[in-house]
Design a protein around this ligand. Structure first.
Ligand SMILES: [Zn+2]
Length: 360
């Protein structure tokens, strides 16, 4: 339902370029004006996301962040300027959005999302944007959004790579994909980040959000997009719901998940030692080195090397009948890939713990 109030002449002038699009028009613009979005995090992702949503006329934007602007943020958190250093991020970002577009309502909350406040924040949103930098918050968003039937847009990045996905009540949930925090998680302060990467990811997130709010038919939930800004590539995989996941229960209670450690959700053995792999491996088993071709040539523990796009084709060929072991240098890349492949439905895939470095 869009509001009956017609757009004012000022709104018509402000949004005229996008309203010319047949996918938007006055009705779409009214939809955007009526929309309520919750942006969790006002950092590298939250900056471009909230700027573009505000500029496009998304009518109600709530920013949730309890952090303070630091000088080292300015390289990528383009919503702030040098004078913002020392201010609460949510407050400084809200000021910038109000200056950009006084036609919309912006609420700034200097707090973090917790198990106690998640329901009240998420209930009042039509769409939640995950612009945070940590897995506990992301699991909270997933669990309460799933519980309340609120769609949410996930995005995360690591150095030059990033992912985004739209999760809704009809798709797999985030726990289907990541039953526990991936070991490859590293935040920008430790791993480093190129400022353009959260910019690119944040723009995709804003673009997906606008498409979703406009109810465009080509909005594509249930796909995980992988972006590599170093190689300039983008690929998508379809997310498959895990029938054993929490989200498949009849009356799942999100609070119960956050009273236990996340480790209790690691229901299924994803990692094997080399010894366990040797016990499991038959003559039909497939061992894959998932490092670069160059690394494989320099030293390897046997098995085949395949380019990443060829891996899924090879696994499809095996038809799930034979175990597949993945190894890399230390077991982190192979674990991340094994998780992605499991999410695609390849249940026979295992990551070898410790990788080449633990092979004797
Ligand atoms: Zn799930």
């Amino acid at each position: 339902m869009t509001s009956a109030t017609p757009l004012t002449p000022v709104e018509q002038a402000r949004y005229s370029r996008q309203m010319l699009l047949p996918q938007v028009g006055p009705e779409g613009q009214q939809r955007l004006r009526d929309a309520r979005v919750l942006v969790v995090g006002s950092g590298g992702l939250g900056a471009p996301v909230s700027l573009y949503l505000a500029a496009a006329g998304v009518g109600h934007i709530t920013l949730l962040d309890n952090d303070v602007v630091e000088l080292s943020n300015l390289q990528r958190q383009i919503i702030f300027d040098t004078a913002s250093v020392g201010q609460p991020k949510a407050v400084a970002a809200a000021q910038r959005l109000r200056a950009l577009n006084p036609e919309i309502t912006v609420v700034a909350a200097v707090e973090t999302l917790t198990v106690d406040n998640a329901e009240s924040w998420i209930t009042s949103a039509d769409l939640v944007l995950d612009c945070c930098d940590n897995f506990p918050t992301r699991y909270l968003i997933n669990d309460f959004c799933h519980h309340l039937g609120t769609p949410w847009l996930f995005a995360a990045l690591h150095q030059f790579r990033g992912h985004f996905a739209l999760f809704s009540a009809d798709t797999a949930c985030f726990r289907c994909l990541y039953p526990r925090t991936p070991v490859t998680e590293g935040n920008c302060s430790l791993a480093g980040v190129m400022g353009t990467v959260p910019g690119l990811l944040g723009l995709w997130q804003a673009n997906e959000a606008i498409k979703h709010l406009l109810r465009l038919p080509d909005s594509q939930p249930g796909h995980l997009w992988n972006c590599d800004a170093l190689r300039s590539t983008m690929t998508a995989i379809r997310l498959v719901a895990d029938p054993t996941c929490w989200c498949g229960q009849k009356h799942p209670d999100p609070r119960a998940l956050h009273t236990h450690s996340l480790e209790s959700w690691d229901r299924e053995e994803l990692e094997l030692t080399w010894h366990e792999w040797q016990v499991l491996a038959t003559d039909k088993a497939l061992l894959l080195d998932v490092r670069s071709e160059q690394e494989h040539r320099a030293a390897n523990a046997g098995g085949e090397w395949l380019a990443w796009p060829e891996i899924t084709a090879r696994l499809t060929q095996l038809g799930g009948k034979s175990p597949v072991g993945l190894y890399c240098q230390r077991g982190q890349r192979s674990l991340a890939l094994a998780r992605e492949l499991r999410a695609q439905g390849f249940r026979q895939v295992f990551s070898i713990r410790g990788g080449l470095e633990s092979h004797h």
